[in-house]
Design a protein around this ligand. Structure first.
Ligand code: MCA
Ligand code: AMP
Length: 482
């Protein structure tokens, strides 16, 4: 297959490739620094990357990909329990980190290689690597149990980025700005690999802020990627921030994804800037499936049309496809195409369950199709998956962590609507000692330490007993309506 990054392997020049704050790298610098990484990782299988928002993460991942190995991005805020699971499951040959990064004890015993952004190695040639070889293993939460590693082949990255280039008229002239984390598909694949595949550039904010967005869009950036929480914060800031409104008005493309963008925020941004945010819909397992096209109509509440190469159908509970384009008949979104993952690492059972017999991937997202083919997502099959700040969080994973606290006898976790986060994680607790229940802060810290801060409960409610049905199963719907 052709190189994943022709602009890096084919006469890389002095044009800017990436910027993290004051730290900048040209294509030539990135290519040779990635070459030095490539020499260390070639033939070593899976390589963990300590995915801080820094140039070392980009150099590390690009080096791994050009060398034909597979990168496993690690959330640097991962708690002990989650990190140990990811490492045991993915068994990386070594971990790449930035010099000076303080790695937690879970990484003791793993070979560490520091990424030197000034190092120079021969630029690897990835053209002989098979398209079906794994490129990334990205961990994603399910309803129960620990996160699963989605194995993403090289073909899927190329297919999704080229489909987005078509839909968004995305070229090497574009300068992308964002503040997304680099251990998920959105920030890493779309936000870093995307601009580099096009020969354009990316400016990472380190940490998202409306000031950073205004500054970069006001200074040459053409595109913004964000999760709905970021657009919500932009919508909140706009009335008092004319610079932000001006910067957004001048952008070529504003793109939201990872969760539904509320119509209210969409409309507030449109009213203040004259610009409409476009939505695209994807998943860790499928990369991108649909998008509103740059030359299409950006309609609030819809995720646009299937991307080139993606087959999409809606399927009823009984397995029959929905033929109607009526904006009313709901079915589960199923997709097929070169953008799909190949399976969950070490989980043939979960992989088999995720696909139909004829190769369609069951997304679990429920949707309708409008008369003109636009897809509108109306909900999710599993109530035990929570989308908070654009992160997917499995209720079972948080419940298991809470149950490890000595002050917790029983625990149930639900998602509740939240204007900023979309949904917030709520813990329902039966304390071991009703007279001395653990505080909400204590339980939030307990979950943040074990799993990750974004999985911590934002509210804790105390009960004498959890509502259960005759089978002893917790009735979560009864909790949500309390
Ligand atoms: C607070 N903090 C704590 C605690 N409380 N740390 C430890 N223990 C505690 N008890 C820290 C947090 O670590 C964080 O630190 C800071 O306080 C603020 O935390 P929080 O309020 O949780 O975060 P936020 O600032 O409100 O974050 C909002 C956000 C974030 C920036 C929008 O949710 C975010 O980055 N979301 C992006 C999710 C994403 O990329 N999803 C893509 C997956 P610090 O600031 O130092 O970290 S979906 C995907 O990839 C598919 C394919 C798709 O379609 O895109
Ligand atoms: P993740 O597993 O973290 O990759 O998240 C994938 C899920 O995010 C999808 O299954 C959808 O439920 C949700 N999602 C992503 N983009 C959108 C969008 N534009 N609108 C609504 N939901 C979305």
């Amino acid at each position: 297959m052709p190189s994943l990054f022709p602009a890096l392997t084919d006469h890389p020049g002095e044009q800017e490739a990436l910027r993290f704050g004051d730290r900048r790298m040209t294509y030539a610098q990135l290519a040779t620094a990635a070459g030095a990484v490539g020499e260390r990782v070639r033939g070593r299988g899976r390589i963990a990357v300590w995915a801080t928002p820094a140039p070392e993460t980009a150099v590390g991942v690009i080096g791994v990909l050009l060398a034909g190995a597979a990168a496993v991005p690690l959330n640097p805020n991962s708690g002990e329990k989650e990190l140990r699971h990811l490492l045991t499951d993915s068994a990386p040959a070594l971990v790449l980190a930035a010099p000076g990064d303080d790695l937690p004890a879970a990484l003791d015993g793993y070979e560490r290689v520091d990424v030197d952004v000034r190092a120079a190695g021969p630029v690897p040639d990835d053209r002989n690597t098979d398209a079906g070889e794994p490129a990334l293993v990205v961990y994603t939460s399910g309803t129960t149990g620990p996160p699963k590693g989605a194995v993403i082949p090289r073909r899927a990255i190329a297919a999704t980025l080229d489909a987005l280039a078509d839909a968004w008229q995305w070229t090497g002239a574009d300068v992308l700005v964002h503040g997304l984390p680099l251990f998920h598909v959105h920030g890493l694949v779309l936000g870093v690999l995307g601009p580099l595949r096009r020969g354009g550039s990316v400016r990472h904010l380190g940490k998202f802020s409306t000031e950073g967005v205004a500054r970069e869009l006001g200074a040459g950036a053409t595109m913004l990627f964000g999760v709905p929480t970021m657009y919500h914060r932009i919508a909140e800031s706009l009335p008092a921030d004319p610079e932000l409104a001006k910067a957004l008005a001048g952008a070529r493309l504003l793109v939201s994804g990872s969760a539904a963008l509320p119509v209210h925020d969409h409309e507030r941004i449109a009213a203040a800037t004259g610009r409409r945010v476009i939505e695209r819909y994807g998943m860790t397992e499928t990369l991108m499936n649909t998008s509103v096209r740059a030359d299409g109509e950006p309609r609030a509440g819809t995720v646009g049309v299937p991307l080139p190469g993606v087959e999409l159908r809606l399927v009823r509970e009984d397995g029959s496809p929905v033929a109607a384009y009526d904006g009313e008949t709901i079915g589960e979104i199923q997709v097929r195409g070169p953008n799909l993952f190949t399976g969950y690492l070490n989980r043939p059972d979960a992989t088999a369950a995720a696909f139909t017999g004829d190769g369609w991937f069951r997304t679990g997202d429920m949707a309708v199709r409008e008369a003109d083919g636009y897809v509108r997502i109306v909900g999710r099959k599993a109530t035990d998956l929570i989308k908070s700040g654009g992160y997917k969080i499995g209720a079972g994973e948080v419940e298991n962590a809470l149950l490890e606290h000595p002050g917790v006898r029983e625990a149930a976790v639900t998602g509740e609507p939240d204007a900023d986060l979309g949904e917030r994680v709520v813990a329902w607790i039966v304390p071991a000692d009703p007279d001395a229940p653990p505080s909400a802060e204590e339980l939030a810290g307990h979950v943040a330490d074990r799993l990750a801060p974004h999985k911590r409960p934002r509210a804790v409610r105390y009960l004498d007993a959890l509502p259960r049905n005759d089978m002893g199963k917790i009735m979560k719907r009864a909790l949500a309506h309390d």
